[in-house]
Ligand binder design. Structure first.
Ligand SMILES: *Cc1c(COP(=O)(O)O)cnc(C)c1O
Length: 288
């Protein structure tokens, strides 16, 4: 039995762009929006086979990842622990209130402690607090979660030339690239700035077997910084909603759709391609 029923993936077309379809990950589930369920469901299958008795992960105060994790853990009757960058005196965000309601134990991390989240000692320490727990890296980066990204193909037409996704941890990009038909090009749009030209991301992708010719990154579309939009992006999201009646989130999807629009304006050869853009969801994070 599937503990979390998810809807079949559907595609709609983008107003004014006959060649571009929007793959509606935002409609997969009424509570947990987007790609996080695809990434977490395989992890819970492992957990049910005995990989751990508690799940633990890390994220920000509006984290889609912690939100989805808390929901999935609750649905599986499993305790969860959220390590949150923030301070106890800050009011709980709607995201964290949901997490708590679903039984997630929250711990606060200072900015400095949060920066340790890629270190082995960080996880060793938290695991000693919660013996038997499984640590899930930010964004869900793991072989199981990467494999979960294949599920996007169920909503993508077989004559598609280009598939475009947001890149946070790169898990979704890796899953798509590893399972793409040979004629499809995968494009990732990073939503965070990286002064090193995304070397770390490229290396991570290479380590799981994605070669450089399997994908392309469109950088330069982050706006101000991670999690915030510039004015042009904000106005874009408004017009996009008016024309399509589809909501976008400020962290990922506004940046992606805005980037795609600018690329289409700059490079007319793209108009002759059949393009699918993933709406990876994230709308819960819009609540203030
Ligand atoms: C996490 C997230 C992403 C990024 O996915 P990765 O697999 O981490 O690259 C994109 N969109 C939304 C809405 C997300 O929550």
């Amino acid at each position: 039995m599937q503990a979390i029923p998810i809807a079949p993936l559907v595609a709609t077309s983008w107003f004014g762009y006959r060649n571009v379809s929007i793959i509606r990950g935002d409609l997969l589930h009424p509570v947990v929006s987007g790609n996080k369920l695809y990434k977490l469901i395989p992890v819970f299958e492992q957990l049910e086979k005995g990989a751990g008795t508690t799940v633990m992960s890390v994220g920000g105060r509006y984290s889609n990842h912690l939100h989805a994790l808390a929901f999935a853990a609750h649905a599986h009757g499993m305790p969860s622990v959220g390590l949150v960058q923030g301070y106890p005196e800050q009011p709980l965000t709607p995201t964290l209130r949901d997490c708590q309601r679903w039984g997630m134990t929250l711990h606060w991390l200072s900015k400095v402690d949060y920066q340790q989240r890629y270190e082995e000692e960080f996880w060793q320490q938290w695991q000693s607090e919660y013996p038997g727990s499984k640590a899930i890296l930010e964004g869900g980066w793991s072989n199981e979660s990467i494999a979960g990204g294949q599920q996007w193909w169920s909503g993508i037409a077989s004559d598609t030339d280009i598939v475009i996704t947001a890149v946070g941890s790169g898990t979704t990009l890796a899953g798509l690239a590893l399972s793409a038909p040979a004629h499809v090009k995968i494009i990732g749009i990073p939503v965070f700035n990286d002064p090193d030209g995304y070397q770390g991301l490229k290396q991570k992708l290479a380590e799981v077997g994605v070669s450089e010719n399997q994908y392309e990154l469109w950088s330069g579309h982050t706006g101000k910084k991670f999690g915030s939009l510039n004015q042009e992006q904000e106005e874009f999201a408004e017009v996009f909603y008016q024309q399509n009646r589809i909501k976008l989130d400020p962290v990922y999807t506004t940046k992606v759709f805005h980037a795609v629009q600018s690329r289409l304006q700059q490079d007319k050869t793209l108009l002759s391609k059949k393009i699918a853009v993933l709406h990876t969801g994230g709308l819960q994070g819009n609540r203030k």
